[in-house]
Design a protein around this ligand. Structure first.
Ligand code: NAD
Ligand code: GLY
Length: 368
């Protein structure tokens, strides 16, 4: 079994992201160095446990670990104060101590929530990420951002807490609904669009193979994405500079998610896909990016089954002013100024501060 390893280089907090098939089978041995007391607190959701719980938890118990488990309801609503209270309560009821390990076993919701709980309980305990969605494997499990949502917005309560290890088992993606797989694929494409034109060209040629099922193309795309994110996080852990490029498409995308209610109507990755198409359209309008680039990207998204325009969201008819308003409430707006990630071409993203409100309104008017 081939296992690829990517290191997130953060000095004495460095860790490895392992990517490969069937990593769940020997997860116990890989986790063991980080759980000297041999007690694990596995946080997951019902969907993930139904599909993979018996194998994963059974393997841990057979290896002699004492395993506490907590299953939350699937979905964004669990990333809440109530969800945090449940997770912290379970950790404290189980008398978690230093030497014990929190294991986030699920998608980005579980990773963000369990990671945050691990960061605050008893002023911080160690945790590992076992991401089970494509989005979580290529993005949310890497880099240490953890958070819950507040009534005022998404991801507004959180902290940086790096995992000790990430195990991305490519086989677990076989049970992921196609729509979730595609949403994660948008984040894979993001790495090509923001910094690696050759990777985007490769994805253009191999997208169908990546999406078809487990295989070398899928693994390659995950490893390449993780390596891209690791390189950025190692340079700028706290998002003082270059890490902001990872937000390509996100300010437009968050506005779309906010207007659609942060739910099933538009998944995060779908919002990011449309948002990236809009970011390239805006770049073309400003003259920083060659004409035709946005259309190439939109055609690619549509070919693989992703939305590429606000018009691809059924029944979506807000005003341009409403969409700009959402963007100004995004946490990336500072001092009333909008910061956007724009591009000089595929693979060449840059940070644009003080983006022009009137020009953004015009873009929304044309796009809606
Ligand atoms: P998710 O965790 O809600 O998972 C999506 C759905 O797939 C859920 O219903 C889940 O139960 C199900 N599922 C998970 N794994 C499965 C599997 N292997 N088989 C079958 N079903 C499975 O969503 P997500 O897209 O993984 O993550 C979205 C969250 O990630 C958002 O809250 C977002 O804010 C966050 N996020 C965080 C970061 C970060 O850097 N921390 C980055 C990007 C996104
Ligand atoms: N998903 C954006 C980041 O990790 O910075």
């Amino acid at each position: 079994m081939t296992v690829d390893a990517v290191t997130v280089g953060l000095g004495d907090r460095s860790y490895q992201v392992l990517v490969g098939p069937d990593l769940l089978s020997d997860a116990a041995a890989r986790i063991a160095p980080f759980a000297p007391a041999r007690r694990l607190f596995v946080i997951s959701d019902h969907n993930v446990l139904r599909a993979h719980g018996a194998k994963f938890l059974g393997g841990l118990r057979q290896s002699g670990f004492a395993v506490h488990e907590l299953a939350l309801d699937p979905g964004e609503a669990s990333k809440s104060f109530a969800g945090l209270e449940r997770v912290c309560g379970a950790l404290l009821d189980g008398r978690i101590e230093r030497g014990d390990l929190v294991v986030a076993f699920g998608g980005g919701v579980i990773g963000d929530l369990a990671g945050f709980a691990a960061g605050v309980v008893k002023r911080g305990v160690d945790f590992v990420q076992i991401p089970t969605t494509l989005l979580a494997q290529v993005d949310s499990s890497v880099g240490g951002k953890t958070a819950i949502n507040a009534a005022q917005g998404k991801n507004l309560i959180g902290l940086f807490h790096q995992p000790r290890l990430v195990l991305a088992d490519t086989n677990v993606l076989s049970t992921l609904p196609r729509r979730e797989l595609l949403a994660g694929f948008a984040e894979v494409v993001k790495y090509g669009l923001l910094g690696d034109a050759a990777f985007f060209d490769w994805l253009d040629a191999h997208a169908e193979a990546v999406l078809a099922g487990p295989g070398p193309e899928r693994t390659y795309s995950i490893v390449k994405s993780v390596a891209a994110k690791a390189a950025i996080v190692a340079q700028d852990e706290r998002e003082g500079g270059i890490r902001a490029l990872l937000n390509l498409g996100h300010t437009f995308g968050h506005a779309l998610e906010a207007e659609t209610g942060f739910g099933e109507r538009l998944l995060h990755g779908e919002g990011v896909a449309i948002g990236m198409a809009l970011a390239f359209q805006f770049s073309e309008r400003l003259g920083t990016c060659p004409r035709g680039t946005a259309e190439r990207i939109a055609a690619f998204f549509r070919r693989v089954g992703l939305p590429a325009s606000p018009r691809d969201i059924p029944g979506f008819t807000p005003s341009a002013e409403t969409m700009l308003d959402h963007m100004e409430h995004d946490k990336k707006a500072q001092g009333g100024q909008l910061t956007l990630i724009l591009a000089r071409g595929i693979g060449h993203a840059f940070v644009q501060r003080n983006a022009d409100r009137a020009a953004i309104l015009d873009l929304w008017r044309a796009a809606l």
